[in-house]
Ligand binder design. Structure first.
Ligand code: PRP
Length: 203
């Protein structure tokens, strides 16, 4: 049985729809169930329902053979996993955004859910900044002077617009990815290949 860690929430809905098209029907509605492990005996798939930030950990440590998770989470975790497929769902940008009358060179403090990624980015720019970790509603930080700008996901741009902020720079194209544990990818190549091919066929 292949174990696949699914990132609960936003990412999961579109990914599950794709998996269903590929013939992988979970035994229960993954979005509604409170169970954390579900077995699909027919397809020999075990689903783990995990918090998105934990998916790279389950996969890197081999608790799951495969994972379905956003590229933003992978960039932040920087885990040693194999990226197999871009599922093309959950598309958005990881961007730097702030007030329209300021720019990146004036930045001293950055609010973000992605502190590792953000620190590495500003280090590459040779710009010394303080990274302030926030867990959500990150756009609030520049509005009340906690940070000069944010590094966050922009999908429709509505949150920025309704809060008088603008994208300064788009840094990364984000979408949902299928990842594999490096050992599983070697040892269970046939099963993983079968799964990947069926998924690729519906993309
Ligand atoms: C995400 C992201 C932005 C918003 C972008 O937040 O962090 O705040 O969506 O979407 P938009 O460009 O379509 O407005 P989410 O809704 O996941 O909630 P959070 O702020 O609690 O992380």
């Amino acid at each position: 049985m292949l174990t696949i860690a699914m990132a609960k929430g936003r990412v999961m809905k579109a990914a599950v729809a794709l998996m269903e098209q590929a013939g992988y029907l979970p035994p229960e509605n993954l979005e509604k169930t409170r169970k954390l492990i579900l077995n699909d005996e027919k397809n020999q798939i075990r689903y783990l329902l995990a918090k998105p930030v934990d998916v790279p950990t389950y996969v890197e440590r081999g608790a799951a053979d495969l994972g379905v998770v956003g590229k933003d989470v992978l960039l932040e975790a920087n885990s040693d996993v194999h990226e197999l497929l871009d599922l093309g769902t959950g598309r958005c940008q990881l961007s730097i955004a702030g007030p329209p009358d300021r720019d990146i060179n004036q930045v001293r403090r950055v609010g973000t859910k992605y502190p590792n990624y953000t620190s590495a980015y500003f280090l590459r720019r040779n710009q010394q900044v303080e990274t302030i970790y926030l867990n959500g509603s990150v756009e609030l930080a520049p509005l009340i002077g906690l940070a000069d700008c944010i590094v966050d996901l922009v999908e429709t741009g509505r949150t920025l617009e309704e809060n008088g902020l603008v994208t300064w720079l788009s840094l990364e194209d984000i979408s949902t990815r299928l990842i594999a544990n490096r050992g599983s990818y070697q040892l269970r190549a046939e099963e993983i290949d079968r799964f990947t091919k069926r998924m690729r066929a519906v993309l």
